[in-house]
Structure formats: C-alpha cells, structure tokens
Design a protein around this ligand. Structure first.
Ligand SMILES: Cc1ncc(COP(=O)(O)O)c(C=O)c1O
Length: 495
C-alpha cells in the first residue's frame, strides 16, 4: 500500500524527453506507455513518487487528457502505478527494487543465463551454411522458376477449404498426405510400409532430430559417414551420442571397418542411395552386411534418402528399407529438394515397433504440424502434379549437369576434376591435393556464389580438397556467370 504521509511532488521533468521523441511513432498512447514504463523500470520515476495529474501531463505533453487517462489505466492494470481516490497516481511501492536495479545498471554485474552442457557443445560443432539461391551454384537448390506455381496455388486454396472438414490434429501428419507418400514410396522407392508408419515432419532434419533423441542414450556410439551430412551433428550431440566417423569409398560406407571395429555402436546414419556429398552408392553386399549387423544387435539404421529421385541414368534404386522388411531401418525423405526448401515438409517411415513411442513423443514435441501445407501437398500429389514435376526436373537437371561438366572441363584445364556420380543436384569437383578449398570458397562466395568446400564435409578422415557445385537451380547463363567468377579465383590459387 502507498504511504501518503510524505507526498512527493509530481516529477514533471522526467517527461520532457518524451517531447523530443519521434512524434510519428504511433499510436501516441502506446509510445507514452512504453516511455513511462521504461522510466519506471530504470528508476528515473521512483517507487512511491506521485505522477502528474492527467490534466497537468496532457498540457505538458500536448496530448489529450483521454490519452493520458488511457495510459494511466494501462499502467495501473499492469501493476506499475496505483491510483488513490482523490489523491492522484503513484508509482507502485512494490517497484522500490528499481532503485537497486538502477545502481546495478550503472555498474553492471549481470550474470549470464546458464545454459546446459548440450548448448555449450553446440558451439563447438561446425556451423551450417545458410544461403539463399540468390547465390549462384548453390547445392541443393531446386529450379524454382520451373515450379508449377498456378497449380500449387490451386492446391493451397483447396487445402484452405478442406480445413473446414478436417477432423482435428494428427500427431503423425494428415492422413491424406501420408497415404500419398506411401503410394509414391511403394512404387518408386521399393519402400514397404503403410500409412500408420509414416510421420510427417518439419523437414527431414526434424525427423532425424526426433529419431536420435528417441534412440540413443548419452555415450552411445553412432556410426556416420565421413565425409557426410553435417546437418545431423547437432542432433547427435544434443542427444548425448558420440559420433564414430566411418570412411567411405566408391562402394559407399566402409562396413568392413565400421562393423568390425565398432561392434558396440547403437545406431548408423547413412545416405546409401547417394552418399552426401560424394555421390557414391552403397553396394548390395555392404547393404546386406549392415542390415545383418542391425538385426543381430538390435541396432537401428537411419537411411537418409535426400535426393535419390534425381538419378539420371535409370530409375531410382531400391531403398535399404525395402531390403529390410520394416525391422531395423528408419527411412527419411524430404520435399525440400524436390519442391521448395521453404516448404519444410519431410517424413520418416518408422518400423512398426517404434510407432507408438514416436507418436507419443510427437505430442510433447510440437503436437503435429500445421495441416494447411500438408493438405495442399496431398492435393498436389493426388492430381499427379508432383510426379510430373519430378519427371520434368529429372530431365532438366540432367541437362544442366551436362552443361556444367562441359563448361568445367573446357575452362579449368584439368584443375577441377569431376567425381562421377549417377545423379543429384550438385557435383563434386576435386582440386589438386592440398589446395586450400576453404579459401577458394570464401572468395567465391564473397562475389555472389554459394559453393561449399569439400573439406568442410570431412570430420576426422583425411579430407580431399574440392568444390561442391550446385547446378539444378541454375540455367546455362547463370552457370556461365558463376563459372566466370570462379575461374580467376581458382587460377590464382593454383598458380
Ligand atoms: C543429405 C541431406 N539430408 C537431409 C537434408 C534435410 O532436408 P530438410 O530440408 O528436409 O530438413 C538435407 C538438406 O539439404 C541434406 O542435404
């Protein structure tokens, strides 16, 4: 309660700086509320001191009395001031702490927020690149100008209408979309599943994060390809997992090393259709070895099938999940590369035994995704537009890659050597050993390119030097522009 025995005079001088403030800041009542709030919090308006009457302040600030009254009411509602009938408005006595705060601010000894060991660990992980496709030759960039936007808009509008009839939240995702994904995976990827096993996620990365958190205990070993996909580092580390780097060769993940030297690993994360970033396909013999290892030891394999749709020299290969028979493999897919990176839709196909626990966790994680984009995508797929877009992009990307390969061979005179690969959205080009690929990329990206140094994808294995160059999102003219900028930089480094 406010003591009225020692009435203080209204502190009008505190308000004069408000007169100098930008008057276009609107609405005025909000600007004045923010101003008085700040003055109270920093202690300039002291606890228990009296505010000018609404009439006085209105005259001083050249505002209407109603505006001042409204501001005082808001301050009172939020506990900053107290009004006594017939005695004016006072800064709340409970805010006397602010005097101390004010002194502290002059001599700050604020303690930083303490974060968990996991958050600290994240600071030590190689950071991810985030660039828009405005940067030329960026890997994984779809040809957005080729996307059937009018058809997509129709699907979005259809989804908007359908929401009215949607039966509510589905933790695993909208049934229509899950059913479309099942039909697509059954026919094109040889994946065995029904829709109960499909969980829609906000991009495949969220799915993988969830999988790591559900499958590993702190200290568990996780086998990963090296070079490999850095996007999983954070998920493994925050789950307390210990990455075991496994070298690859042209047959893919070295099972001979991984499965003999690291018997006690709990999980393997791999890109069997096309190793990321090198593009090698895991041989059948190694697939079978890996599956046998997982089955015999109760381990799980996460199969990241990020862009196997873009195989140029034949139909996509059968997935590892298809060989497994729904026991040990979690299959992960994404729409980021086929449709749009910002669509943020991907999915996991879970072995049936894992469905209940993942479903339960999903309830805690985010309660499922927004249904609108899911329904739009389901409509887009059911009208055959997804499949036809995919067919067109496969042809287009093949032609774009062909152009990039020709141009690189013509311009770089053997100093950038393509590492053969059966498809994808980027090419790996090796530089002479010991070339500083990071320095080249830094300079290239400073002039508008979006390349990646090959060495960035290596964790513990000795790194090859090279450039990862995206082609899918760029026409011939853009590829030329990109290479024109790159050429002098590479030449300078190789002199
Ligand atoms: C190898 C690999 N896996 C997974 C992803 C993640 O995809 P999403 O955008 O669906 O999270 C990417 C993204 O480009 C990727 O390159």
């Amino acid at each position: 309660m406010i003591k009225t025995s020692h009435k203080q005079q209204p502190q009008t001088e505190c308000f004069t700086p408000f007169l100098q403030q930008d008057k276009t800041q609107s609405p005025r009542y909000r600007a004045l509320f923010n101003y008085i709030q700040q003055q109270i919090l920093c202690g300039n308006l002291a606890a228990e001191s009296r505010l000018p009457s609404s009439r006085e302040l209105a005259e001083l600030l050249k505002l209407s009395r109603n505006t001042i009254k409204q501001v005082y009411e808001m301050l009172q509602a939020e506990g900053y001031i107290e009004t006594r009938q017939g005695d004016g408005s006072y800064i709340s006595a409970q805010l006397s702490l602010n005097r101390k705060t004010k002194q502290k601010n002059l001599n700050p000894d604020l303690k930083p927020i303490r974060v968990s060991d996991k958050s600290e660990l994240l600071q030590q992980i190689r950071p991810l690149y985030h660039q828009s496709n405005q940067h030329l030759l960026l890997p994984a960039s779809p040809a957005l100008e080729q996307f059937p936007w009018p058809e997509w808009q129709r699907s979005v509008s259809h989804a908007g209408k359908q929401m009215k009839f949607s039966s509510g939240r589905h933790l695993m995702g909208e049934p229509q979309l899950r059913q479309e994904i099942v039909s697509y995976l059954n026919t094109t990827r040889g994946v065995h599943c029904d829709m109960e096993q499909v969980m829609i996620c906000s991009g495949s990365q969220q799915g993988m994060q969830l999988a790591f958190s559900m499958l590993i205990n702190p200290g568990d070993k996780v086998l990963v390809e090296d070079p490999g996909f850095p996007g999983i580092d954070g998920a493994i580390s925050t789950a307390g997992g210990v990455k075991v780097s496994v070298p690859i060769d042209r047959q893919g993940f070295r099972t001979d090393i991984a499965l003999t030297e690291t018997q006690d690993a709990r999980l393997a994360f791999i890109t069997p259709s096309r190793n990321f970033p090198m593009g090698y396909t895991l041989s059948l013999e190694r697939r079978l070895q890996l599956l046998q290892w997982a089955r015999q030891r109760g381990c799980c394999i996460i199969e990241d099938d990020y862009d196997s749709e873009f195989r140029f020299d034949g139909p996509p290969l059968t997935s590892l999940q298809g060989l497994d028979g729904e026991h040990s493999v979690i299959y992960s897919g994404t729409f980021s590369r086929i449709l749009h990176p910002a669509i943020r839709l991907g999915y996991l196909v879970l072995p049936p035994a894992l469905v209940p626990s993942f479903n339960q966790m999903r309830g805690f994680l985010d309660g499922g995704l927004s249904s609108l984009p899911q329904l739009a995508l389901a409509d887009f797929m059911s009208r055959g537009l997804f499949a036809s877009h995919l067919r067109r992009m496969r042809k287009l990307y093949k032609a774009r890659r062909q152009y990039l390969l020709q141009q690189v061979a013509k311009r770089f005179n053997g100093s950038l050597v393509w590492e053969p690969c059966d498809g994808g959205m980027h090419g790996v080009f090796l530089l002479p050993p010991d070339t500083d690929d990071k320095a080249i990329v830094e300079q290239a990206n400073a002039v508008g390119l979006g390349l990646r140094p090959l060495s960035y994808y290596y964790d513990e294995q000795p790194a090859l030097s090279g450039l990862v160059i995206g082609f899918s999102g760029y026409n011939e003219e853009q590829i030329d522009t990109g290479l024109n900028r790159l050429q002098p930089i590479v030449d300078r480094h190789l002199q």
